[in-house]
Write a protein that binds this ligand. Structure first.
Ligand SMILES: *[C@@H]1O[C@H](CO)[C@@H](O)[C@H](O)[C@H]1NC(C)=O
Ligand SMILES: *[C@@H]1O[C@H](CO)[C@@H](O)[C@H](O)[C@H]1NC(C)=O
Ligand SMILES: *[C@@H]1O[C@H](CO)[C@@H](O)[C@H](O)[C@H]1NC(C)=O
Length: 464
């Protein structure tokens, strides 16, 4: 073997094993002899490595052009005893020249002791996002070598993990605080989380986005998690698919988040208690109440909303006024009429698919026609006059969503049942006599006036 090649391989090997390697599960040895290697997708700048082992670690060299590197499978237990000392300058240089921005580690058993040891080496890289998916974290690490250490990682996520590190570990928190104080995005999803201690939120001083979707949080776990001083910069919060049950309980639990802009409560079974006077943070702009089992529009709503999603509920009527609202999603409800549009002067998007709306009256066609995006597919349209005519006029504006014409069908009268609304020919005379009669009358009146003028004019002419 040539010396150069050997050194190169050695560098790669050390790079792998000593730095990123251990943490990334690079040395993940699955069963001996199992095929394992990395695959680069150049177009996506993404590289995926399966069950990498020491023997095949060289194939990670393929991943050098990738900005996203994913390691799947294996376990890093065998590195518990691996001596990780300080890196020599050439390895540090190599780490600094890697273009990788995001690292995903999936289906790995991670001893925390290993994680704690190698996390520091990320400070030599440009990795901004670190994600763990379907991992099991074991034991507790000694994080003291992270004291005062900052890292380039701004986004950290855990999905379907068992006992995510950091949760409920005071010592880990104080050692990692320099880094965590600067973290901007955190996700802990699909991991059966039931609570978040108050102290954790106080560490995440710069956090802007927190995703806690698909966990087991209940109303009572919100107040402690979002206690005074917790997550002071938080703008986006997802509590999608948890065990929340009271609209007002959630409101009370989030009262202390001063800058919250986006809140996702979709897929929780919420009930509203009309006697509560809780106020949502005034900063809220996007509110997602999709699939929350609502029978009525809950009050109060945040006053300055721009986007409101109440789709997939059991709403029969919506009569609210939100003067800054731009997008309103009400698809999949039980509405029988288009909500009064005068209450939303800024609206540009309105989705009403899958409701029980049978007609779009002419006066609303005009208002709807001014929106950029209107959707009314799969409603039981009456294809008598205003039903079909209104929709056809609306379609002519080009702002009806993609369901037109296929998903707009007549439900009545009987002779048109199942017909595409677009195919019903609407006779203006039959449908809107006023539209025809009024101009006719004006015309007749004008004729009469003209006749009279003529008479008056012609008379003096006859005079000598
Ligand atoms: C969640 O992670 C476990 C390993 O901890 C894995 O066996 C399971 O298939 C994962 N579930 C999903 C839905 O990905
Ligand atoms: C609201 O949440 C639902 C379900 O999670 C999602 O499909 C929808 O896109 C969200 N709405 C908006 C406006 O983001
Ligand atoms: C409307 O209902 C149909 C059939 O149930 C479904 O396929 C479609 O996704 C729904 N559309 C919306 C926007 O909810």
């Amino acid at each position: 073997m040539a010396k150069g090649r050997f050194r190169c391989e050695l560098a790669v090997f050390r790079l792998c094993t000593m730095s990123v390697a251990v943490l990334l599960g690079l040395g993940l040895l699955a069963a001996e002899g199992r095929r394992s290697r990395c695959f680069l997708n150049r177009a996506q700048e993404r590289c995926v490595c399966y069950n990498l082992s020491e023997e095949t670690a060289g194939s990670i060299i393929q991943c050098l052009p990738a900005t996203v590197v994913e390691f799947q499978g294996g376990d890093v237990e065998k590195y518990i005893a691996f001596p990780v000392t300080d890196l020599d300058p050439s390895v540090i240089d190599t780490l600094g020249s890697l273009v990788v921005q995001k690292i995903i580690i999936g289906n790995v058993l991670v001893p925390e002791i290993v994680l704690a040891r190698v996390l520091r080496f990320f400070s030599y890289t440009h990795v901004k996002e670190l994600a763990f998916e379907s991992c099991i974290f074991q034991g507790t690490g000694d994080w003291s070598n992270m004291d005062g250490q900052s890292l380039p990682i701004l986004s950290l996520s855990f999905h379907n993990v068992t006992s995510a590190p950091l949760m409920g570990q005071e010592q880990a928190f104080s050692s990692l605080s320099t880094w965590l104080e600067a973290l901007e995005e955190l996700a802990v999803t699909g991991s059966h989380a039931t609570s978040l201690p108050c102290a954790i939120g106080r560490v995440f001083r710069a956090l802007r986005s927190l995703n806690l979707a698909q966990n087991s949080l209940s109303d009572g776990s919100l107040s402690p998690a979002f206690c005074q001083g917790a997550f002071p910069q938080l703008q986006n919060l997802s509590l999608h698919h948890n065990k929340l049950s009271s609209y007002h309980g959630v409101c009370e639990g989030l009262e202390l988040l001063p800058g919250l802009r986006h809140l996702d409560l979709s897929h929780n079974k919420l009930t509203a208690d009309p006697s509560s006077s809780c106020q949502w943070p005034a900063s809220l702009r996007h509110f997602n109440l999709s699939s929350t089992g609502l029978d009525e529009v809950p009050t109060p709503l945040p006053p300055s909303l721009e986007v409101l999603d109440m789709s997939h509920n059991h709403l029969r009527a919506v009569d609210i006024s939100l003067s800054s609202l731009k997008k309103l999603f009400l698809n999949q409800n039980l509405l029988q009429a288009v909500p009064p549009l005068r209450s939303y002067p800024m609206l540009d998007t309105l989705h009403l698919d899958n409701n029980s709306i049978s007609e779009v009256p002419w006066d609303q066609v005009k208002l709807l026609g001014r929106l950029q995006d209107v959707a009314l597919a799969n409603n039981p349209f009456s294809c008598s006059c205003s039903g079909a005519g209104g929709l056809q006029t609306l379609a002519a504006t080009g702002h009806l969503g993609q369901g037109w014409p296929g998903d707009y069908r007549c439900h009545s009268p009987e002779q048109y049942q199942g017909w595409p609304v677009a195919r019903v020919s609407v006779s203006v005379l039959r449908c809107d006599p006023a539209a025809v009669v009024a101009p006719l009358c004006v015309g007749l009146a004008l004729l009469a006036v003209a006749g009279a003028v003529c008479l008056v004019r012609t008379r003096p002419c006859r005079r000598p």
